[in-house]
Design a protein around this ligand. Structure first.
Ligand code: ADP
Length: 287
């Protein structure tokens, strides 16, 4: 009998241990299955992103080729139009026509400039710059439109002294595009806010949010608005946000779009902060 007394607890312990191990195996199997699922989704997303980049790169190359071909003759036409304008000062009817031609030429020149910016032809000039300087330059270009439309642009003062490490000209251009879109979206005397979002500061990125009181972006369009040539405007080129996307990535940041809870769009532009040991990474590191 002593032997059964001795073996019973052993068997129970073994069964318990077996159950524990089975339970743990089940958990780790479930965790592994979840991880495989997550990795598969990540892979699918990365493949899609890669395909998108390849498509954009070849589209950019083609567009840049066409833009270069157009730019030179367009410059000549612009020059001849300005010479004609000078000669026609005493013939108001003809002068009016030539002025219309010149306005058309300016529009074409700015579209060609947009295409080249989207194609990412420009070299990066990365330096330390404070957000205040970028916003000052961006507002110089956007305030006239805000004033004529009676729209207030409110800026979070916390942003101004933050130091970034980026191509200041390019980030200014990205800000201008976001602000102009916001101004175009706002109807009546609404507002545009530019503020800092403190999430993810640990990653060495500043998140600048550009929000407006406009109609917002229909959810089904959210994944299309960064595509080049996608526009819902009668006179839009659909290049503004494609350029912002391109610039954000070239500078080591990102851009995303969403809607505010109480209406209106919210764009988040992330740009590398200075002083995160990224100086050598970024300078000459992109493109
Ligand atoms: P464009 O301004 O020439 O249309 P963009 O690339 O700048 O080109 O914008 C693409 C589209 O994204 C716009 O046509 C519009 O539908 C949408 N969009 C951009 N910004 C906003 C905004 N602030 N509010 C609502 N929709 C926007």
């Amino acid at each position: 009998m002593p032997s059964t007394v001795g073996t019973e607890p052993d068997l129970a312990t073994i069964i318990q241990a077996y159950n524990d191990v089975t339970e743990r195996l089940k958990h780790s199997h479930e965790a592994l299955a979840r991880e495989v699922c997550r990795l598969r989704e990540e892979l699918q997303w990365k493949n899609k992103e890669l395909q998108r980049r390849e498509r954009l790169a070849s589209l950019g190359e083609m567009a840049a080729g066409v833009a270069h071909e157009i730019r030179n003759p367009l410059g000549g036409i612009g020059l001849y139009a300005s010479l004609l304008e000078r000669d026609l000062t005493d013939r108001p009817k003809q002068l009016e026509l030539v002025r219309k031609m010149s306005a058309g030429i300016s529009n074409l020149e700015s579209t060609v400039g947009d295409i080249l910016a989207f194609a990412g032809d420009a070299e990066l000039d990365v330096q330390r710059v404070v957000v205040g300087k970028i916003l000052q330059d961006a507002l110089a270009q956007t305030m006239p439109k805000a004033e004529t439309s009676d729209i207030a642009i409110e800026i979070d003062p916390m942003l101004l002294s933050v130091e970034l490490l980026c191509d200041a000209g390019q980030i200014t251009r990205a800000m201008i595009n976001l602000i102009l879109n916001a101004l175009e979206a706002v109807e009546g005397n609404g507002s545009v806010w530019i503020r800092r979002d403190d999430r993810d500061v640990g990653k060495g990125l500043l998140r600048v949010v550009v929000e407006d009181t406009g109609r917002g972006i229909p959810p089904e369009l959210l994944n299309r608005i960064f595509d080049p040539f996608f526009t819902t405007k009668d006179t839009g080129t659909g290049l503004g946000l494609a350029i912002v996307h391109r610039i954000a990535e070239a500078n080591g940041g990102s851009v995303s779009a969403g809607n505010r809870a109480d209406g209106g769009a919210a764009f988040v532009l992330s740009v590398p902060l200075a002083g995160y040991g990224n100086e050598t990474d970024v300078v000459g590191g992109h493109e």
